[in-house]
Design a protein around this ligand. Structure first.
Ligand code: B4P
Length: 189
């Protein structure tokens, strides 16, 4: 079984590439962003809490995210493989993921980082904001999300490097080129 973390800044293409990898390999897909947006749409208590954070470009507290992740994982697995998209976003989340998988006799096989320059991230998200209806795809919130990424999420690159499983892939170019670079890493695992 493969457990893959797809990692990158907001707008780096995690969701886009996850969809392609799911089609190619038949893996299960856990997008914490999608889970939270579903909760918001359904008006649940969790959704109401999450909305305040997301609309401000902030991360949802780790304790909430870790519980959501474990229950989502257990609803999908056992299975051939899982793509974690948008989780972990902090070091405590990475530690919790490691423990959750170890408790289930498995582990993260690889962390795949999509490396995209900041100007490209901003332009993609502003562009997506024209049609996505997402409250967090506006210029002010995008800047906040990028700051949160830099301070709270990007330290995970060093964390996964020290675990020996960080693979960085160029995240600009055609969708097919980026997918091919990701597949090369996955096929060699
Ligand atoms: P997410 O839903 O994970 O969103 P994202 O980081 O904005 O997007 P992603 O990188 O998936 O980009 P996409 O493929 O769509 O998170 C949203 C919020 O939820 C967070 O800010 C946070 O508040 C909360 N949250 C989620 N997980 C959390 C956690 N674990 N802990 C705490 N809080 C959490 O691509 C973006 C755009 O680029 C698209 O329009 C796409 O078409 C375009 N694009 C993609 N690839 C391209 C390419 N190669 N060339 C040109 N355009 C491309």
């Amino acid at each position: 079984m493969k457990n893959l973390v797809i990692f990158g800044a907001p707008g780096s293409g995690k969701g886009t590439q996850s969809d392609l990898l799911v089609k190619r390999y038949g893996f299960k897909h856990i997008s914490t962003g999608d889970v939270l947006r579903g909760e918001i749409k359904n008006g649940t208590e969790l959704g109401k809490t999450a909305k305040n954070y997301i609309d401000n470009g902030q991360l949802i507290p780790d304790s909430l995210m870790i519980d959501i992740l474990a229950s989502t994982y257990d609803s999908l697995c056992p299975c051939d493989g899982v793509i974690f998209d948008g989780f972990p976003r902090t070091i405590p989340q990475a530690e919790a993921l490691k423990k959750m998988l170890a408790d289930r006799n498995t582990e993260v096989s690889a962390m795949l980082e999509l490396d995209v320059p900041k100007e490209e991230l901003i332009s993609r998200l502003i562009n997506r904001g024209k049609t996505s209806g997402r409250a967090d795809d506006n210029e002010e919130t995008i800047q906040k999300r990028l700051t949160v990424y830099k301070n709270q999420t990007s330290p995970l690159i060093d964390w996964y490097t020290s675990e020996g499983i960080c693979h960085s892939v160029k995240g600009i170019g055609s969708l097919e080129e980026i997918e091919a670079a990701l597949c090369k890493v996955i096929d060699e695992l």
